[in-house]
Design a binder for this molecule. Sequence first.
Ligand code: PEP
Ligand code: MN
Length: 263
Amino acid sequence: LVSREVKPEDTQLRVGDLTIGGSAFHVIAGPCSVESREQILSTAHAVKKAGATMLRGGAFKPRTSPYEFQGLKGDGLALLAEARQETGLLVTTEVKDTATLQAVADATDILQIGARNMQNFSLLEAVGELRKPVLLKRGMSATIKELLMAAEYIVARGNTQVILCERGIRTFETMTRNTLDLNAVPMLKALSHLPVFVDPSHGIGVRKAVPAMMRAATAVGADGIIVEVHPDPPRAKSDGAQSLDFSEFEKSMNEVRAIAQAM
Ligand code: PEP
Ligand code: MN
């Protein structure tokens, strides 16, 4: 069902009053984790001013260590709702499991499925039953084919509103957190009618290098990007090393806008 052979024309998703896929280019920006009211509201205003159309922020965080910050959970969802209300930005946040799916779905405009859950088939089936847009991230060791089959699980249950997201894969390279596989973008666009986003933040994991990958993702034909922005990256509770501050984000947005307009 996700194949271009079955449906030659691009799928366009309606999220609020936005259209994703087709000619528009969208930027989702915000912190890795929602940490406080002040943090999420200041970030929401800053990214909106710079031109982002959606706000990201994790409330239920899948962390490698159980001793790391796990997110504000329900309180985080409430703060995202407040930021949405105050700025008019649409919101995306990660759904980690089926137990919290309903609460997360009620609070967000786009459900994010994280890399670690790309093949959590019961979660894929459960979001497939909803009629809500899903941003499906590629697993860190998943092939392009496996990403497409994961999307198929969602679409097969009737939820056709799926965005595919390349977020970097594991390779032998250790200088960067992951290797952003920009090859995946033209391949996914050729193989599938679904919109394709890129996450340059997790893709490279190095703050100074993120703007270059934002530009590259735009130039390679992605339908949008999702990028981590924090008011004070060194103090972030998660992923500070790859988060842009407000001025870095604003500068990158001007570059990205110019590239997107030229395409
Ligand atoms: C995130 O977006 O903060 C995140 C955890 O991403 P991923 O699932 O791609 O690692
Ligand atoms: Mn993160």
